[in-house]
Design a binder for this molecule. Structure first.
Ligand SMILES: [Zn+2]
Length: 219
């Protein structure tokens, strides 16, 4: 399940050791994003495609943490604006694929679904353990936990769908899980875009206030 996180570590990315962990988290999430898309297409499984959305969102978060922390609010807002629209685009693509599979798809390969779902779960656990062990202070402990839990629920839903596909010999479980996760990812994308828009539109006001203050500066 896609976590809405602006969470998982945007703070304190200046610490050297913590930066290394963010790089590892970025690499694992980007890799799993690619793996789930490739395997989703190969296995004919749209729930794998939908699960990849979360890896995309998380990879983008770690990228933002690494590259735009310490930059101005405007640049950070712009980065999450781009992330929101990219995630929304992928979400729509997954929804469209799900509709396509509903009409024209075959029963997905439950074997590939199950294996990739378990690998995704392991990947998320590794990242969670690393972030938890090397987190900076206690501030993001809760967010690491919440995001990891949501990610794990998504992976477990894919594995459960794999079993259900095998059991029912139909693609319904795959389609249902895909729709659920794609809708959640789209909701998250809308929230991210709204939040970024608020920050982007707040900027001129702040500079007006600054000008105003300058103007009345007694010096
Ligand atoms: Zn996540």
């Amino acid at each position: 399940m896609a976590c809405t996180h602006h969470c998982c570590s945007t703070e304190n990315a200046d610490n050297g050791r913590y930066r290394n962990i963010l790089w590892i988290a970025l690499f694992i999430n980007a890799l799993m994003f690619a793996v789930e898309i490739i395997m989703g297409i190969k296995a004919g499984s749209v729930s794998l495609l939908a699960d990849s959305l979360d890896f995309f969102g998380d990879a983008a978060n770690y990228g933002i943490s690494l590259f735009v922390v310490g930059k101005t609010l405007h640049i950070r807002a712009k980065a999450s604006w781009i992330k929101g629209y990219t995630m929304g685009g992928f979400g729509l693509w997954v929804l469209a694929s799900t509709l396509y599979h509903f009409w024209y798809g075959n029963i997905p390969n439950h074997h590939d679904m199950g294996i990739v779902g378990v690998i995704a779960l392991i990947a998320n656990i590794i990242v969670a353990v690393l972030l938890f062990a090397f987190r900076n202070g206690d501030s993001n402990r809760r967010s690491v936990w919440l995001c990891s839990r949501n990610d794990a629920i998504g992976n477990i839903m894919v594995v459960a769908a794999a079993f259900a596909v095998q059991f029912t010999q139909s693609s319904w479980p795959d389609l249902l899980v895909a729709v659920t996760m794609a809708v959640l990812a789209l909701q998250a994308a809308v929230q991210i875009i709204r939040h970024a828009n608020t920050e982007l539109s707040a900027r001129p006001k702040i500079s007006l206030v600054a000008q105003h203050e300058q103007h009345f500066d007694p010096d």
